[in-house]
Write a protein that binds this ligand. Structure first.
Ligand SMILES: [Zn+2]
Length: 197
């Protein structure tokens, strides 16, 4: 049995199972310059956060299958009908109607170009990416937004053609399941667990 709590939805309700709270022993805080007198205690606390994806869930489900979904406004009354969004937007920001999901996998493979990038030598808490992290903003033909992601092979350059790779082995169902490599990268250069889809 998992030591972590799990969540399922059944009959429209969240069913929570297992242990969401663990008691972890506290530790004394002592003063090194004052004969180690007691100052306080640490209270380690583990938190399991239930994060709901809502209408974006299909985007994350598809990453593990090697597919990238964006969305599109199909409302003919919209000031900007037919606008395509990646990252996936549930609603159109112009008319607020519900967007239609669109499979952009081949658009991504065939037209992705680095718009700009930044290289971060340090990261925040709970970072799971290798540092330095090569963050890239990617533009696509026919898509009105740019996508923030990260380059897994080589050094980024503005205008570089890149192709998507996917964590198809043990996906995490988070945005880090999607990464990019320069066009022409071979399968054996990809990080462990990733494939071209
Ligand atoms: Zn619209």
């Amino acid at each position: 049995m998992s030591i972590f709590g799990t969540v399922q939805v059944q009959n429209g309700k969240y069913k929570i199972k297992g242990d969401f709270h663990h008691i972890t022993p506290n530790m004394p805080i002592r003063h090194a310059d004052e004969a180690w007198r007691l100052v306080g205690v640490t209270n380690p606390r583990e938190m399991i956060y239930i994060h709901t994806y809502g209408g974006e869930a299909m985007f994350f489900e598809n990453l593990g299958q090697g597919k990238i979904f964006g969305s599109c406004c199909d409302n003919s009354q919209c000031d900007f009908p037919g606008t395509v969004y990646l990252p996936f937007r549930i609603h159109c920001p112009d008319c607020l109607s519900r967007n239609t999901p669109v499979d952009l996998t081949s658009t991504c493979r065939e037209t992705a170009v680095i718009h700009t990038f930044m290289v971060c030598e340090r990261s925040g808490a709970f970072n799971t990416l290798d540092t330095p992290i090569r963050f890239i903003n990617i533009e696509f033909d026919g898509v009105s937004t740019i996508l923030m992601s990260y380059l897994s092979v080589g050094e980024p350059e503005i205008g570089m053609r890149v192709v998507p790779i996917f964590r198809t082995l043990d996906p995490t169902y988070t945005i880090t399941d999607l990464s990019w490599v320069p066009e022409g990268t071979s399968e054996n250069e990809l990080p462990l667990g990733f494939s071209f889809g």
